[in-house]
Design a protein around this ligand. Structure first.
Ligand code: FDA
Length: 393
């Protein structure tokens, strides 16, 4: 005998829990099926344990998708302030770190606890450690065959997330369900991920691991000004993670190494003020000393400033402002924060997240081809898309 519900939600992450509590509040009988031993594992590990749960500036421009308009409706109907209101109702202390990013003062555990309390108040049933063996569709709606029996409902919500951090329970199950129902899935790849260097590019950086400084990273018409960190495998830090979502092997990636100044004006001022100082010494005032030294060993001529003609200073400034970073690849899903691509939004209604061709089948959160920037945008998409589906169930 199957147990009957109004809606079955596969995946107890950010999007699944938001969808569940929204539908539950509306009187729907909801079951969340989570295969991991607890819900919200990515919430727990997010934001260095403090969960960057939203971004006050979140808007459609902060998302990558084959259809950039798709996310507009859901984001407009559930804003960062809606989530903040819930956080405040639960008396969770938070702060804005920078650029609109809101973090818990204490622990991301409080966000999971809040979602679970809201689910409990809305009568949502949650089964953890419950793998789905098969999804069937037929008379009586959708049926999930699980180790705990068969569950049935007229609506099935797929909230299984992306492929990043497989050790946390990530699977391609959501894409498999989409394909099972004949829906198109766009190619996936790791996003918000450190880049790797190889060959001579790696050798030149290898011993600088740990060095960090602000840059502007540019690729394919997009740019981000933030910190870059040299790692033992390549480069990371917010500027690199952000631009990684816009980069694919072979693409031209450029760095402005002195983003806060006009490099030529600055070099000329330095030349006037310190004519006897060598270029590497001067650059060490604006960049980490070891990196400045390496620049002058490998790429730039190192002479006392007075010996540079204006045209040479212009050339050096141009190199500093438009420095090519030759990455060989990314660290992949093992360390990526998100998965780009996924269920094609052309298959889904932007107001309800329901598959146009399969009534009752919904896709929400990261499994969908909507990927946010670093800084709370991905959770905001999970909340907004989960809420949109929860209102439609
Ligand atoms: P999510 O991955 O949260 O949930 C999917 C759930 O489905 C999981 O619980 C999984 O176990 C379950 N599942 C998978 N397959 C299943 C199956 N076959 N059967 C049953 N259950 C299944 N974003 C942000 O905005 N701010 C931040 O601070 C961070 N920080 C961050 C740090 C790290 C290390 C990572 C990896 C990611 C982030 N993110 C983030 C991104 C954010 O975590 C992510 O975008 C959301 O969690 C996506 O929410 P979903 O609910 O779609 O998937």
């Amino acid at each position: 005998m199957a147990e009957a519900f109004d809606a079955l939600i596969v995946g107890g992450g950010a999007a699944g829990l938001m969808c569940a509590l929204t539908a539950g509040r509306r009187g729907r009988r909801v079951l969340v099926v989570e295969h991991a031993n607890r819900v919200g594992k990515k919430i727990l590990m997010s934001g260095g344990g403090r969960c960057n749960f939203t971004n006050l500036g979140a808007g459609p421009d902060n998302y990558l998708s084959a259809n950039p308009h798709y996310c507009k409706s859901a984001l407009a109907r559930y804003t960062p302030w809606d989530f903040v209101a819930m956080v405040e109702r639960h008396r969770i202390a938070y702060h804005e770190k920078e650029l609109g990013q809101l973090f818990c003062d204490e622990s991301s555990k409080l966000i999971v606890r809040m979602l679970l309390e809201e689910c409990a108040a809305a009568g949502v049933r949650i089964e953890v450690g419950c793998g789905v063996e098969r999804v069937r569709h037929g008379p009586g709606g959708f049926h999930l065959d699980t180790a705990r029996g068969v569950f049935s409902a007229p609506a099935l919500v797929v909230a299984t997330g992306g492929l990043s951090i497989p050790s946390m329970g990530a699977t391609g199950f959501g894409y498999d369900i989409a394909r099972q129902f004949g829906l198109n899935v766009l190619p996936t790849r790791a996003g918000l991920v450190p880049l790797t260097l190889s060959g001579k590019h790696a050798e030149r950086f290898h011993d600088l691991s740990g060095v960090a400084f602000p840059v502007e990273a540019r690729c394919n018409g997009q740019s981000f000004r933030n910190r870059m960190l040299i790692t033992h495998r390549g480069v990371s830090g917010p500027a690199i993670l952000q631009i990684s979502s816009y980069w694919q092997p072979g693409d031209d990636l450029r760095l402005d190494l002195l983003p806060a100044v006009d490099a030529f004006d600055w070099l000329r001022q330095q030349q006037a003020a310190r004519p006897a100082a060598e270029l590497k010494t001067v650059l060490a005032d604006a960049l980490p000393r070891r990196f400045a030294q390496r620049l002058c060993e490998v790429w730039l001529p190192n002479r006392p400033m007075r010996q540079f003609r204006e045209a040479e200073l212009r050339g050096i400034a141009a190199q500093l402002a438009d420095w090519p970073l030759v990455a060989s690849g990314t660290e992949g899903y093992r360390t990526a924060e998100v998965t780009l691509g996924g269920v094609d939004t052309d298959e889904l209604s932007s107001s309800t997240m329901m598959a146009r061709r399969v009534p009752g089948l919904f896709f929400i959160g990261e499994v969908v081809d909507v990927t946010g920037w670093l800084g709370g945008y991905n959770f905001q998409w999970a909340w907004a898309s989960g809420h949109a589906a929860g209102e439609a169930l």
